[in-house]
Design a protein around this ligand. Structure first.
Ligand SMILES: *[C@@H]1O[C@H](CO)[C@@H](O)[C@H](O)[C@H]1NC(C)=O
Ligand SMILES: *[C@@H]1O[C@H](CO)[C@@H](O)[C@H](O)[C@H]1NC(C)=O
Ligand SMILES: *[C@@H]1O[C@H](CO)[C@@H](O)[C@H](O)[C@H]1NC(C)=O
Ligand SMILES: *[C@@H]1O[C@H](CO)[C@@H](O)[C@H](O)[C@H]1NC(C)=O
Length: 849
């Protein structure tokens, strides 16, 4: 045996061992590095005893003063020297930060929530150094930035000169990895068994005599016309500035309408686009927009066409988007300043719940397609937070307009003084927008930061998510899980029941419109009385119709099939809402708008012009926008703001078990005595003291948010003075729109769940009316007309026109078996994802090892 052979043979024998050894050492290295990182963060954190030394503070202050003098005397003379000086400054500031971690005894008094700031003010001269970019950068590695919104970002002023190189931007080292990995496949045992839901949406009757072929052609012609109009915009898109968002959004519509050439051209263009990182010109990434429109568009187009490049691009994009989830509570930064060198941040405090649900479907589908669990992991964590939050809400199941995504509860100086920040590992030292240190206690739910509710796209998509996720997986991620002690059906119905009893109203409209069921906005004034443990929630509806609320028809129709507990009433309400929106749209020539109306409270719902003029003249319409004030509420005590805050906090901390007493008094004149005290509706947990919730509608709520006097009426005393065209029964009108998808979405879902042809007839009428209005409103030369929206931005036709509105019209006029709801799930931006599993999610992602 020659030497060479011997070597080869030895190598063969050792090969597997070698691979193993290398793997183990790599693993070892990374876990070791991780440990070091963690230790380092402890060292910089509060858990170790720190030094409180005034001399040190004094000394460091002097040092840095000296240093800055040095720099200013001799600016930029010797770069190395300046660097050394800066390094010294960094060190001094670090030493200082440790020194000041222990609060001084002479804390000022002040309102508790602001106490941190007061405390920091005494240290202002020293904290001030955080406003030095170099110091801040160093500190920010350990202390995350806590901001209200992107507009409050104090580092904005620096990013210009501080932007990292493209090479640095191409990589991202995760700082806050998710600690657990929950495999998506653990939610469904056997995919074949799940097929039992198949056929849920198979329509019984489809009248063979009726054909919508021509209507389908109309829609296709509309698509081609709009595409021609928009072509220049699509093609001239500067790839350095923006991802081709509109193009991707429209992809699956092109495919569905069999515009093969357009589709192929678009795919080629997309194949050239880099989705690993955004174009340099894109400073902030709107994570919701990019997830729903680009990621959703790519995955959907892949599901339909099986073009491999689309899945590759989707993966690249999703990998980038995951960077936005790298925050202390793993809730994404929705407005993601991806180029900022100051990456360590909490998600912004100002947020709404639906935005966090809008990424869920796309990421889940991607995990199913690729087997990489990290995408699902990222959203599952959000789902857990949402489920936990629902138990903390003032009105169960209903999220108000805004929530705090940072989930930070700031520690009071009192608590810090008592050393609370050193005992609780959920407390994290952070930097606020004024470059002050604060202590954030991380809650495991989203605190409410508003008491107003709107049925628009900040809330409604949440209920869709419960349905879509259940449908997509054919399994319940909210059910049978120890981390989430509830289930999708319960979460869904809890919200829907509140909506149907608190938000619905009948407006006073002309007889020709019949009876309408619309959805109002809601303002509340929760008042907790600790002695009796009662929570009184005063309710005041604002009878303002939002076009987005029509989409509730779609949600309810779909939900009545998936979670049929209340299917009869849910479906009835879905029909009422959809039909009401349709009647309103036909009255407004195929458009919808935000309109403020008079509710019909008892008695006749037909609008009576004379009576209304009387009411205006006699001063009933003078509004009381702050309508929870004296005399306006029924049987409740008004508290001032600080007390109210304290109460809210104590409510949160106690996690009270809750019994509800619901008094939905139809908004009429109800006396306290009339309120039925039928307590004990939903008992969650009998072990603790029980909070009793009571809802009251306030008196005269119909006049709270309108303001009209005799001055509003024209001289002939028969209409409005300033807006002659607006009918007298409409108190206000704004945001008129022609291309919005909400109504046709509801009509489509009504048809696909009931099979009733009347919905297709409505869709046809709506389409014809819409085209007529476009022809009349957006005329060009020689009798040509344009597809357009009333209020247009620089992007031309809104992209939802391609991705949603035209798609729903087209599919409504198609056979119900085409893109059936049994096989596909429609995302919030109408991208359709396959429910059938293409590739089993067997391979595990090693990302978090
Ligand atoms: C869902 O949860 C509710 C309340 O927690 C419970 O009453 C219901 O039985 C559950 N449904 C299923 C299907 O588990
Ligand atoms: C509208 O409702 C009123 C009572 O609420 C009822 O008397 C009337 O018949 C209804 N009209 C239609 C067209 O349904
Ligand atoms: C409601 O659901 C039940 C089964 O749960 C079904 O038999 C019934 O037909 C449904 N009704 C409607 C209106 O969909
Ligand atoms: C639907 O509308 C009809 C007629 O206006 C009304 O009688 C019924 O109560 C409404 N149903 C729901 C669930 O709102």
């Amino acid at each position: 045996m020659s030497l060479a052979k011997l070597v080869v043979a030895t190598f063969r024998r050792l090969r597997s061992v070698l691979v193993l050894a290398v793997t183990i050492s790599t693993l070892f290295y990374y876990s070791f590095q991780n440990e070091i990182d963690i230790l380092n963060s402890y060292a910089e954190n509060e858990y170790l005893p720190s030094i409180n030394n005034e001399h040190l503070e004094h000394a460091t202050a002097q040092t840095s003063e000296l240093m800055s003098n040095l720099i200013s005397v001799n600016p930029g003379a010797n770069p190395a020297a300046v660097q050394a000086v800066q390094a010294a400054q960094v060190q001094a500031a670090q030493a200082h930060a440790q020194a000041q971690a222990q609060p001084p005894v002479q804390d000022k008094k002040g309102p508790p929530a602001d106490a941190n700031r007061d405390h920091s003010d005494t240290q202002a001269s020293l904290d001030g150094k955080l406003s030095d970019p170099a110091v801040f950068k160093e500190k920010n590695k350990y202390f995350p930035l806590l901001l209200q919104s992107p507009a409050h970002d104090p580092t904005n002023q620096w990013t210009q000169e501080e932007t990292p190189s493209m090479k640095e931007l191409a990589v991202h080292k995760e700082k806050y990895p998710l600690m657990y990995e929950l495999s998506l496949s653990s939610f469904y045992a056997d995919d074949t068994v799940q097929e039992s839901t198949k056929g849920l949406f198979a329509l019984v009757s489809s009248d063979p005599k009726v054909s919508y072929k021509e209507d389908r052609n109309d829609v296709r012609k509309l698509l081609v016309k709009s595409w021609d109009q928009q072509r220049l915009h699509f093609l001239s898109m500067n790839m350095e500035k923006m991802w081709p968002i509109g193009l991707v959004d429209a992809l699956d519509t092109l495919y569905i309408m069999e515009e093969t050439t357009l589709f192929q051209n678009a795919v080629e263009r997309i194949a050239e686009t880099d989705f690993k990182i955004p174009p340099v010109g894109m400073t902030n990434v709107n994570v919701v927009d990019v997830s729903t429109r680009i990621l959703g568009g790519l995955i959907s187009a892949y599901d339909l066409s099986q073009e491999k490049v689309l899945l590759t691009k989707a993966r690249e994009l999703a990998d980038f988007l995951l960077r936005a989830f790298d925050t202390p509570n793993r809730i994404p930064l929705l407005n993601y300043a991806w180029k900022s060198p100051y990456k360590n941040r909490f998600p912004y405090m100002e947020a709404n719940i639906a935005d966090f649900t809008k990424v869920a479907l796309e990421f889940t589908r991607l995990t199913k397609l690729t087997g990489a669990n990290k995408y699902f992991d990222a959203v599952y964590h959000i789902l857990v937070m949402i489920a936990k939050s629902t138990q903390q809400l003032n009105i169960e199941g209903l999220f108000p307009d805004s929530i705090d995504a940072s989930t930070c509860q700031l520690l009071t100086s009192d608590a810090i003084h008592k050393g609370a920040h050193q005992r609780n590992s959920r407390i994290m030292k952070s930097i606020d927008e004024n470059f002050k240190f604060v202590h954030c206690h991380q809650l495991d739910y989203f605190p409410e930061t508003s008491s107003s509710y709107k049925l628009d796209d900040k809330l409604l998509p949440l209920y869709d998510l419960y349905l879509q996720l259940y449908s997509l997986l054919k399994a319940d991620v909210f059910g049978n899980s120890e981390t989430i002690p509830t289930n999708s059906s319960h979460l869904y119905h809890q919200g829907i029941n509140q909506i149907s009893r608190l938000f619905t109203f009948q407006p006073k409209v002309p007889a020709e419109l019949g009876n309408l069921t619309l959805l109002a906005d809601l303002d509340t004034n929760p008042i907790f009385s600790p002695s009796t443990n009662e929570l009184n929630i005063n309710l005041r509806r604002d009878f303002k119709f939002h076009p987005e609320s029509c989409a509730l028809g779609a949600t309810l129709a779909y939900g009545s099939k998936l979670f049929p507990e209340n299917n009869v009433t849910d479906l009835a309400l879905a029909g009422n809402v959809t039909e009401s929106c349709f009647k309103l749209a036909m009255y407004m020539k195929g458009t919808l708008a935000e309109v403020s109306l008079d509710p019909c409270i008892g008695g006749n719902c037909v609008f009576d012009a004379a009576a209304k003029l009387d009411d205006i003249m006699s001063g009933k319409y003078i509004g009381f926008a702050n309508g929870f004030s004296s005399g306006a509420t029924i049987g409740a005590v008004k508290l001032d703001t600080p007390a109210e805050k304290k109460i809210k906090r104590s409510l949160m901390n106690k996690k009270p078990s809750i019994k509800e007493a619901i008094n939905v008094a139809g908004g009429g004149d109800v006396d306290d005595e009339d309120i039925p005290k039928d307590v004990a509706k939903d008992e969650i947990d009998g072990s603790e003291k029980t909070t009793i919730k009571t809802y009251h509608f306030i008196k005269d709520e119909q006049f709270t948010n309108v303001y009209h006097t005799s001055n509003s009426i024209n001289n002939d005393k028969n209409g409005w003075k300033y807006d002659e065209k607006r009918p007298l029964w409409i108190n206000g009108l704004s945001h008129q729109q022609l291309t919005s998808p909400d109504l046709i979405k509801a009509i489509f879902f009504m048809y696909r769940t009931t099979g009733d042809e009347k919905w297709r007839v409505m869709g046809k009428q709506l389409k014809d009316e819409m085209i007529r209005t476009m022809e009349q409103t957006f005329q060009g030369a020689k009798g040509s007309w344009k597809v357009s929206e009333f209020e247009q931005n620089s992007d031309g036709i809104p992209s939802h026109w391609f991705s949603q509105t035209l798609k729903y019209f087209y599919l409504l006029f198609s056979d119900a078996s085409e893109y059936s709801l049994d096989e596909y799930v429609f995302t919030e931006s109408a991208h359709i994802l396959k429910r059938r599993i293409i590739k089993p999610a067997a391979v595990h992602d090693r990302q978090h090892l």
